[in-house]
Design a protein. Structure first.
Length: 79
């Protein structure tokens, strides 16, 4: 099916285990947030008020990830 569509990106995603994809996405998101933090002086509240909503969305999503990771870690045992 992938060969019929000739979609290499989809093949790579399908072949990459979910745990590796999650790790890569989390590391990439962290790096992007570091870039945003380092360029905060470029934020203009008068010209970019919509960024407040985006920042709120980032907080909500990061909280979901953190809560999910914490719950998974609490469910593991160290025997």
């Amino acid at each position: 099916m992938l060969a019929e569509r000739n979609d290499l990106d989809e093949a790579i995603i399908t072949a990459t285990p979910a745990d590796i994809r999650f790790q890569q996405h989390l590391i990439s998101a962290n790096a992007e947030l570091q870039h945003a933090v380092s360029t905060l002086e470029g934020f203009d509240p008068q010209l970019q008020p919509e960024l407040q909503k985006i920042a709120e969305s980032v907080v909500k999503r990061s909280n979901i990830v953190k809560i999910s990771i914490d719950a998974a870690m609490a469910g593991t045992t160290t025997e």
